[in-house]
Design a protein around this ligand. Structure first.
Ligand code: ADP
Ligand code: ZN
Length: 287
């Protein structure tokens, strides 16, 4: 038996087919263009296989409640052609097999819980710090979902007294994403994040904001582990800075066992979303 996984990103799509041992048989990736063109490539890939189920982790926001008319749609996005596009419906019209539909960060959180940095936990939070900031919450080994999926990058943090940058979130300006995403680093310094050196003072500010987010996630959810991923977390020194700011900001109010074990980096870099999607597809075949 084979299952399929799709990581549907705003920049690129990754599709894979795996066997029951979750070994990938084939994986392809292509740029996200118009929905019609992109889905055509998805079909060309999956038409070659008989997959029993497909798991999809999509860029968002997306409709995730099956009782709502826009279930399966990409909702608001500046990406041309994708706003209000019915991704799941289009896939279902081609393959009548079970499909698991959720956000890319939710599948990543699930992948990290089952096979990555949060193995053995029953709860975790996964946060990506990349072009945007987003996260997924796992509670009792299940993806948490309420009225919609979490939007953990779009809340307001306490501004650093010396920070005058207005923020780059197109919706809120200086929410967490506006102040601490990859593009904010570039907007503040004029240098892309990957080219900034470890001794640049920007990293203390970056850690100050990300630590505040982790304090919020801790006091609101209190997961067993927080897993950090995304392009910006490729800066090796950043994790330790975040842990230091976290301990200072939480000030002993909530006891975490050990900050080194509590705040960790992803263990399936760039693959957790796809692996999570494949795992979720596999689970659909067991129902
Ligand atoms: P996306 O969020 O689009 O899926 P990424 O997680 O790779 O993709 O994030 C891209 C963002 O991360 C860009 O803003 C980029 O400048 C930044 N980035 C990528 N690598 C690094 C790095 N090594 N250090 C700091 N920032 C980085
Ligand atoms: Zn925002």
């Amino acid at each position: 038996m084979l299952v399929g996984g799709i990581e549907a990103g705003g920049t690129k799509f990754v599709c894979a087919v795996a066997n029951e041992q979750l070994e990938m048989i084939e994986k392809i990736s292509f740029p996200t263009v118009s929905p019609e063109e992109t889905l055509k490539q998805v079909f060309a890939f999956f038409d070659q296989y008989h997959v029993a189920a497909i798991g999809i982790g999509s860029f968002g926001p997306i409709g995730v409640r099956p009782d709502q008319p826009k279930y399966g749609y990409v909702l608001s996005t500046p990406k041309k052609g994708w706003e209000n596009f019915d991704v799941l419906g289009t896939l279902k019209s081609r393959y009548s097999i079970p499909m698991y539909w959720t956000t890319d960060v939710n599948t990543a959180a699930y992948g990290e819980l089952k096979m990555g940095a949060a193995q053995g936990c029953s709860s975790c939070i996964y946060v990506t710090v990349g072009t945007g900031i987003g996260g997924g919450i796992i509670v009792d080994r299940q993806i948490f979902q309420g009225i919609s999926h979490p939007e953990m990058g779009h809340f307001f943090v306490k501004r650093h007294p010396e920070d005058t940058y207005k923020g780059c979130c197109p919706y809120h300006q200086d929410c967490l994403e506006g102040l601490a995403s990859g593009p904010s680093l570039e907007a503040r310094t004029g240098i892309k994040g990957e080219q900034l050196t470890a001794d640049d003072p920007i990293w203390e500010l970056q850690a100050y904001y990300l630590a505040q987010a982790l304090v919020a996630y801790t006091v609101i959810v209190g997961p067993e582990k927080i897993v950090l991923g995304g392009g910006v977390m490729n800066q090796d020194h950043l994790l330790q800075k975040i842990r230091r700011h976290f301990l200072k900001a939480i000030n002993g109010y909530v006891q975490v066992p050990s900050v080194e074990e509590y705040i960790v980096r992803w263990e399936l870099p760039n693959e957790s979303g796809l692996i999570g999607a494949l795992l979720l597809a596999m689970e659909l075949t067991n129902q």
